[in-house]
Design a protein. Structure first.
Length: 291
């Protein structure tokens, strides 16, 4: 996980120096200073910390509150008290595991992974948090069928403890075509079948709209079909993983309406790398997704 974060920090820094693309009308409106946004309340908004690492966390928290954002995703335990100070939660924290490549599909990591997650569960509960991110790991020549069996075996070891502490483990769906070569949990159907094998409501999927647009498309129908296995959502513009406005191909208002229509009550987190002013782009994304 750390290596991914470091790489994406570098990418973020690079992206911020690129020439600005044509600004959409929504972004132009967002350039004007506004008071706290009056949101519709159908979407619980979050934002991923790593996309804004150049902004001090306290400054990001203040801006998030003004925008009506309730959560900051992918924060480590050391940062949880800062979020609490500003009345924010972390809808999807991190702090356990070995990262993206070394996940539950390889039994040699199971003992270490189980110990890591069993250590974080009570800390999450004490902090008032109820989820934690996890990963399948890379294939490294392993078949998807064997990897699924291995993942299920490792995750089942953790379900009694997860259920005891009220924690849901959320496995991220990532693309293996552009960003995370060889990653196993790269299709929704595979992740859904893994959920069935694990057989607990305390294990669900992170449906990353950007990643799944790259791997399989058909976003709305996929969400409708597999809604029961989805515990969290991330955004991002494709191609490029930048702003979710009209510079990219995904029409987010329709996607958000589809999510709301499923009865989903969790969070949608912005996880794009801003090419324009970061906080103005973040505010624009909230406006776009507030359906």
């Amino acid at each position: 996980m750390n290596s991914r974060r470091k790489a994406l920090k570098t990418l973020t820094g690079t992206a911020l120096t690129l020439p600005a693309v044509t600004t959409s009308l929504a972004h132009a409106a967002a350039l004007e200073p506004q008071a706290t946004l009056a949101l519709k309340g159908n979407i619980n908004h979050s934002v991923c910390r790593w996309c804004y690492n150049k902004i001090p966390l306290e400054e990001l928290c203040k801006a998030a509150k003004e925008m009506g954002i309730k959560s900051i995703d992918l924060v480590d335990p050391i940062e949880w008290p800062v979020l609490k100070k500003y009345g924010l939660t972390s809808a999807l924290p991190q702090g356990a595991g070995k990262g993206i490549a070394d996940g539950f599909n390889d039994p040699k990591f199971h003992d270490e992974l189980v110990a890591s997650y069993e250590d974080i569960f009570p800390k999450l509960k004490a902090a008032g948090l109820s989820t934690v991110i996890c990963f399948s790991g890379n294939r490294r020549g392993m078949s998807d069928e064997q990897g699924m069996e291995n993942c299920a075996k490792g995750l089942k070891r953790l379900m009694p403890s997860a259920e005891k502490h009220g924690i849901t483990m959320i496995m991220e769906l990532l693309n293996s075509k552009v960003n995370h070569a060889d990653y196993m949990c790269d299709h929704t159907a595979w992740g859904a079948e893994l959920c069935q094998k694990v057989g607990s409501e305390n294990f669900k999927l992170l449906y990353d709209i950007y990643h799944m647009q790259i791997m399989e498309g058909d976003i709305i129908r996929t969400i409708q079909k597999y809604q029961k296995y989805i515990g969290h959502y991330h955004t991002g513009g494709n191609p490029g993983r930048n702003e979710i406005n009209d510079t990219q191909e995904i029409y987010y208002p329709a996607v958000m309406k589809a999510i709301v229509a499923t009865g989903y009550k969790g969070y949608v987190a912005q996880e794009f790398i801003p090419k324009l002013d970061p906080l103005k782009s973040l505010q624009e994304s909230i406006m776009i997704c507030d359906v």
